[in-house]
Design a protein around this ligand. Structure first.
Ligand code: GDP
Length: 321
């Protein structure tokens, strides 16, 4: 691993090898690398980028969409970073979220940088790595960063906490459109795009988008801005511009101050989630806790020890250890 000085110089010059190495460094969980990563992070030039989360169930068309959108953005002169948050890191058919093989065109685009999800166990670990990778990409001059995630557990909420605008891709369904979307999503989505609006499904998608927009207006009421709903076809590359326009509109709606406040609050939330994650790791690693783990387990399983008492005993061991 080159030293921090060399990495900073390479990042400043936009050299891909240095960017890759810096991201590997910030993904590393070894204590030695963490010190270096911290130094790198505090010395990176902050640059303002458009940070967008892209989510949706597997098969909805996330990678096709990112490929279409990313190519349009790079053609318009932007530099686009693509990161992924996949806490399950389950490899299905050899492809991982944000995998280069899924975005063949963007992967060879000199103005794009694609990085698959770090496979660092916990969601907290993945989030920590992804936020830092985002800062590396921004310092290297990537002015748009797309963070892709699937709806596994808390990953969508985690990604919503690190981006300016959260885009949710969905498909037309017959019947109640709201039913098809997890409730939590409606609270964090800023823009919703009904994808695969092509061929026989074009009309169905339009109806679905209209119904969804109406339902969302009801849910949000007059005081609150409902997410914009549009249709697109990632495959045919139609409507992708409109989706991007809605993303930019959402940023405009936030305004400079609103965006700054949102980011500041995200930083504070993220600080505490990092602390919680670290405490969890320390608890797992604590020799004093390990020493009583089997005994406490046995006592709780056999009904001799009530859970609150067991928890106190573990915490006492941790505090003393
Ligand atoms: P992901 O799992 O969300 O990343 O979905 P993919 O981008 O891998 O797409 C899943 C499948 O849907 C692939 O076969 C795509 O070709 C197809 N697909 C993606 N977008 C569209 C679209 O807009 N229209 C149609 N008809 N198919 C699409």
């Amino acid at each position: 691993m080159p030293d921090v000085e060399a990495l900073l110089e390479g990042i400043g010059a936009g050299r891909r090898a240095a960017i890759s190495q810096a991201i590997t460094l910030v993904e590393s969980t070894s204590p030695r690398h963490r010190d270096q990563a911290r130094e790198l992070l505090t010395r990176l030039e902050p640059h303002d980028a458009v940070r967008v989360g892209v989510s949706g169930v597997p098969g909805v068309g996330k990678s096709t969409f990112i490929e279409a959108l990313g190519s349009r953005l790079t053609a318009a002169g932007h530099r686009v970073g693509v990161l992924a948050v996949d806490p399950s890191s389950v490899r299905t058919g050899g492809s991982v979220l944000g995998d280069k093989t899924r975005m063949a065109r963007l992967a060879t685009d000199p103005r794009a940088f694609i990085r698959p999800s770090p496979s660092a166990g916990t969601l907290g670990g993945v989030a920590r790595a992804t936020v830092q990778a985002m800062l590396v990409l921004e310092a290297a001059g990537y002015d748009v960063v797309l963070v892709e995630t699937v709806g596994v557990g808390q990953s969508e909420v985690t990604v919503a906490g690190m981006v300016d605008t959260f885009l949710y891709l969905t498909l037309a369904r017959t019947g109640d459109q709201l039913q098809g979307i997890k409730k939590g999503i409606l609270e964090i989505a800023d823009v919703i795009a009904v994808n695969k609006a092509d061929g026989d499904r074009r009309q169905e998608a339009r109806v679905a988008a209209r119904d969804l927009a109406g339902a969302l207006r009801l849910v949000h009421g007059a005081a609150d801005r409902a997410p914009a709903v549009v249709t697109c076809s990632a495959l045919e590359d139609s409507g992708v511009d409109e989706v991007w326009d809605r993303v930019l509109e959402h940023r405009e709606h936030l305004g400079t101050e609103g965006l700054a406040r949102k980011r500041a609050e995200q930083q504070l939330d993220f600080t505490w989630s990092l602390v919680r994650d670290e405490l969890d790791q320390r608890l797992r690693r604590s020799p004093a806790v390990s020493a009583i783990r089997a005994e406490v387990r046995e006592a709780v399983l056999s009904g001799r020890l009530p859970a609150p008492v067991a928890a106190d005993r573990i915490l006492a061991a941790y505090d003393e250890g």
